[in-house]
Design a protein around this ligand. Structure first.
Ligand code: ADP
Ligand code: MG
Length: 250
């Protein structure tokens, strides 16, 4: 992996490990393997793109490593703690403190403004109103939407909505951000801007990003590429081909 940033002091330190992860579903009396015996490690500073066709297990994989769902076999270890040993309350706490999520359909709350959507996860934390306002202002600045803070989602473009969703994912200062097909509802240029923004935030915040997608164009933003097929992961090597500085700002 290339050098990421002098700000990322813990770069390379293991953050998350998945061991022999298997997830099966029972469908009409037969067993469907959504994931088979998957080993995976993410280190601080990683920007991983997992590319595979529809039905290959991408969403299942994210649901397991974010502890939204439990594996049939195997385990996920986050900062040395096996999530198999945690109860539902502890898992919810882990998700709240350490993980940010970004979705294909943005999943913004229609009646809230851009700023209120970004702020939303902070309402679950014990922060003063002024501290929340400070954080919202800072993150909206980072995603380039300070001027549109009062707009509602239906008054924003797809790219702007996804940038709000990215702000919402990062506002709790998570260590891991998971994105499920984040560019699927965007045109290719807007998708490129969103990917560039995520790369910049990965470097500036030293946050692990794991992006799953069926779109091969997204893999060019990876520091590390992985293929997924029929529930099996295949490491595709590391590279640093994207020069984010030369790309248009998102
Ligand atoms: P992807 O996100 O790559 O499109 P998924 O992780 O959603 O793939 O699904 C992987 C496989 O598991 C597919 O064959 C899918 O049909 C199956 N699957 C996913 N969720 C369920 C479920 N709740 N019940 C039964 N089968 C499921
Ligand atoms: Mg999916």
């Amino acid at each position: 992996m290339g050098t990421i940033s002098q700000f990322c002091h813990e770069q390379g330190r293991s953050f998350l490990e998945a061991q022999r992860l298997t997830k099966t579903y029972q469908v009409g009396g037969s067993t469907v393997y959504a994931l088979r015996d998957v080993d995976f490690t993410a280190a601080q500073g990683d920007f991983v793109v997992i590319n595979g066709p529809s039905g290959s297990g991408k969403t299942t994989f994210l649901n397991l490593i974010s502890a939204i769902d439990r594996p049939t076999e195997g385990e996920v270890v986050v900062e040395g703690v096996s999530t198999n040993t945690l109860n539902e309350k502890q898992l919810a706490q882990l998700r709240k403190e350490k993980i940010g999520l970004i979705f294909q359909t943005f999943n913004l709350i229609p009646v809230l403004s851009a700023a209120e959507n970004a702020e939303y996860p902070l309402l679950l934390q014990k922060l003063s109103k002024s501290e929340r306002a400070k954080r919202v202002d800072a993150i909206l600045g980072e995603v380039g939407l300070r001027d549109l803070a009062r707009r509602r989602p239906n008054e924003l473009s797809g790219g702007q909505r996804q940038r709000i969703a990215i702000a919402r994912a990062l506002i709790t200062q998570p260590k891991l951000v998971l994105a499920d097909e984040p560019t699927a509802n965007l045109d290719s240029e807007t998708g490129a801007q969103v990917m560039n923004l995520m790369r910049t935030l990965n470097e500036e915040h030293c946050v692990v990003f794991i992006v799953v997608t069926h779109d091969p164009a997204v893999t060019q933003y990876a520091r590390r590429q992985i293929r997924i097929h029929d529930g099996c992961l295949q490491e595709g090597g590391a590279h640093d081909v994207v020069d984010t500085a030369s790309q248009p700002a998102a």
